[in-house]
Design a protein around this ligand. Sequence first.
Ligand SMILES: [Zn+2]
Length: 338
Amino acid sequence: MKYDCDVIQDLLPLYQDKICSGKSRKVVEEHISECTVCRKMAEQMSDSTVEEKLINEKNSVIRKHQKIVNKKTTTIGMAMAGILMIPVLVCLICNIAVGHALDWFFIVLTAMLLVASLLVVPLVAETSRVMWVVVTATVSLLLLLLTCSIYTRGRWFFVASSGCVLGISVVFAPFVIAPLCRETKLERHRAALAVLWDTIWLYLLLTACGVYIHGDAVYWYMAMTISTYIVVLVWIYVFIVSYGKGNGQIRAGILVAVSGIWIGMANDVMNFFLAPVGADDGYGLGGLDLSRGFRFDDIAVLNANLLFAIIVVSVCVGGVMIFSGLIKEKRVDDNEKD
Ligand SMILES: [Zn+2]
């Protein structure tokens, strides 16, 4: 044999994929006609390409089937949309017949839009179903609130709508943001984007409420101060989870410790900021008296002892988690060195 088996075996993948030169091809063919070891290897390789072919074939069958199912669900979705049009048309005719301006017709129309976004959209949308349902349902809900608010001549639209959007966002914003960011530079910032969206709507809700109740300076000061204390904690979570260093255990430990400290300090921080408007309650860690334990006859002491216990327990638990996370990380490092 002219060539070493090692050389031929290195060439085999190129030969199988038909990307080697004609000369190499000839060399390989000559060699495997004489060498059983290399011939066996070549056969095994072509077997694996048969397997790949089977997988491809299977996938194409699945795709075809999926297309048929999609077509069926789209048809059902369209039929449902048609059925939902019936009450809308009936109301349109009645509303015109009774001689009103088209007032309550719009309430029925927007209500049916909401139903359609929940029933029809999931059947018709081909990709990112949850995203489409959330977006269309939210928009139709806002339209429904708007028509009701105009019909009743209320001025509650902004309070109701910002509250609804905030509530929906807290649960569903990640489902809308994730498909929108997929395969873009924003992908690794999607948690921060979801929380940014929620934060904006929280402050919009606070503003809408303040305007609705004709809030005075004390309202604005208290609402913004208390909310911001909580919002900052949420943002600390985002930074630790999304951008923090170390493995999951270390980051979870930091989260536990920070949350405990934040909650334990809440009373004192709030008293400090709310004292100028006379809204402090005087309680806080200052009343700490561990010798009196968790006695219920003195609320100030009980409160302080509880807050202190929260801080101590969470710092200890968090510390243990961080410590075990560090050990784990060191072990992984050592294994990699070996
Ligand atoms: Zn050989």
